[in-house]
Ligand binder design. Structure first.
Ligand code: ATP
Ligand code: MG
Length: 349
């Protein structure tokens, strides 16, 4: 069976309000989002339903974090007039479609997900069912809009592959019903990950083998988009490194994860490549390179941080933007999920 090749291009992506956004979220995903607004219809979501899957979230904090992440999106350059910007829980179609996908995805597929293994750790029996089913909800987030492109960091690649498997199995399982409903080529597009740039996997500042994360307990492991200049300087100065000076060529970063990470961050902030950064800084000691990196990071994060604080001064306006975005999102997802219900055989009267 051929798949709906002519699906109109549409971008969907989201972040969890599990804590402060950090440089990894910004460089790995958000920079791409801002660019893609120029070429695509974009839908950006604050995925609050995902945020309660791993650890219990204080309800007051969760609301405030949802507002803070929204402010960070806007401060980084997401235009809520041009793009659709909303929080997931205000559009119930995500949860409805996720249930159907719970019945499409196979246990064996979910058992392979490395994010679940990492987040559940050794105490798997005590992990929430929601953490396990997270990738099905993520597939629903994307496919409720029949989105075709998903700009994310490298860590989400496996979940995107699962979303494609779910779309394909749905198209296959309901082929007859789809043909009768006028979709002989399948209903869902196979969404493509957009993983690009020199910092698709920003690593922890304390351990170059672990990714930078919002949910990592040590705040020194990440640079938050809300950190002030002194905090950014302190964290970069304390960042783990090795004793060698920087190499002059990229190959010299191969077995040096911490050096590779700092050079990658520099390149992404400067809009260049690691090779070019090393042309300029090769042979330098980390003490010198870190000073240049602090300056660059502060010059990028400072203005975003200031704009975020300004926006957070008016929480009612942020809530209004999210409400308006949710109405626009529902206008797209509502008819799509209604069609899915018809295809699956749920009566609607
Ligand atoms: P959590 O620890 O709660 O999972 P997180 O830091 O992983 O938080 P998410 O909200 O899960 O952030 O992810 C939001 C987006 O940021 C996704 O597109 C994800 O791929 C991207 N991302 C997260 N961490 C990194 C990183 N270290 N480097 C590059 N991209 C990242
Ligand atoms: Mg994550």
């Amino acid at each position: 069976m051929s798949l709906p090749a002519k699906a109109a291009p549409r971008v969907f992506s989201g972040m969890q309000p599990t804590g402060n956004l950090h440089l990894g979220n910004y460089l790995g995903a958000m920079v791409r989002w801002v660019e893609m607004q120029n070429s695509h219809d974009c839908i950006f979501c604050v995925v609050d339903m995902h945020a309660i899957t791993a650890a219990w979230q204080d309800p007051v904090d969760l609301k405030n974090q949802t507002r803070a992440v929204t402010a960070a999106y806007i401060a980084a350059g997401i235009d809520p007039k041009r793009s659709i910007l909303f929080n997931q829980s205000q559009v119930p179609e995500h949860a409805e479609l996720a249930w159907i996908f719970n019945c499409v995805a196979r246990l064996g597929w979910l058992n392979r997900m490395t994010q679940f293994k990492e987040k559940a750790g050794k105490d798997r029996e005590n992990a929430s069912v929601g953490l396990y089913a997270y990738p099905n909800l993520m597939a629903a987030d994307i496919l409720a809009y029949r989105a075709t492109h998903v700009p994310v960091g490298e860590d989400q690649k496996q979940h995107l592959e699962l979303a494609r498997d779910i779309a394909q199995k749905f198209n296959h399982d309901y082929a007859e019903s789809l043909a009768a409903a006028g979709f002989p080529d399948g209903f869902f597009p196979l969404p493509e990950p957009v993983i690009m740039g020199p910092a698709t996997r920003v690593m922890s500042l304390r351990d170059g083998t672990k990714k930078m994360s919002k949910s990592e307990p040590s705040d020194l492991s990440r640079i938050n988009m809300t950190d002030d200049a002194d905090t950014i300087a302190k964290k970069i100065q304390k960042a783990k490194t090795d004793p060698e000076p920087l190499p002059s060529e990229e190959a010299g970063l191969a077995s040096r994860p911490e050096a590779d990470n700092l050079v990658g961050i520099y390149a992404a902030l400067d809009g260049t490549t690691k090779a070019k950064v090393l042309q300029q800084h090769g042979g330098a000691q980390f003490s010198t390179f870190k000073k240049a990196l602090v300056e660059l990071a502060v010059s990028h994060i400072g203005p975003v941080n200031a704009e975020m604080s300004r926006l957070l001064g008016d929480p009612a306006e942020i809530d209004r933007i999210l409400g308006e975005g949710a109405r626009r999102a529902k206008a797209i997802a509502g008819p799509i999920v209604d069609q899915v219900k018809d295809i699956v055989g749920f009566l609607r009267s």
